[in-house]
Design a protein around this ligand. Structure first.
Ligand SMILES: [Zn+2]
Length: 172
């Protein structure tokens, strides 16, 4: 088992394909492993938006952490996302590559996540993130992250949201 985000970020830098990488982790669970593994990598900025009450109970320290209270919905989430992107913009770290964990366990019907986002809210989240970095001309790679439901179909449906958002942002 290995941490794909940390591995990818370090590999891209080692291969000289990127100099400064932002890992934007929107899984409902904090990216604690990524944060700990990369805590001494000054060329990788770890940023996690997660639910305070979800696992892990004891959070690690990402470079930037945005905890959200359980039960929060689209409006709260999207306003914290806006704050997060503006803090990244105002930090001294200017990424030349972004790894975006577009997890869907923030959905209201997720079995593990304690947030209450709708599919439309997740679509807007993805749209905001993709448009933000497109405007800044920073390449972005997305991964699907957590998502837990009663049926594979239900979870697959939610994971399809990022593809719809990519199509809408990049086909213009
Ligand atoms: Zn998760």
């Amino acid at each position: 088992m290995f941490n794909d985000l940390a591995y990818t970020a370090r590999a891209l830098i080692q291969m000289k394909l990127a100099k400064r990488i932002l890992i934007l982790d929107c899984d409902v669970h904090q990216g604690d492993g990524t944060a700990s593994i990369l805590s001494n990598d000054s060329n990788i900025l770890t940023c996690s938006i997660h639910c305070s009450e979800n696992y892990p109970l004891k959070k690690a320290n990402s470079d930037l952490d945005f905890p959200i209270s359980q039960g929060s919905g689209d409006d709260d989430y999207l306003s914290i996302l806006g704050l997060c992107l503006s803090q990244i913009d105002h930090s001294n770290f200017s990424p030349d590559f972004v790894l975006y964990d577009a997890a869907v366990d923030v959905h209201r019907n997720d079995k593990l996540g304690l947030l209450k986002m709708t599919s439309q809210g997740i679509y807007e989240r993805d749209n905001v993130v993709l448009s933000h970095f497109k405007k800044k001309q920073v390449p972005i790679a997305t991964t699907i992250g957590g998502g837990y439901g009663e049926t594979h179909q239900e979870v697959a449906q939610r994971h399809s949201i990022i593809f719809q958002a990519v199509k809408s942002v990049f086909s213009v």
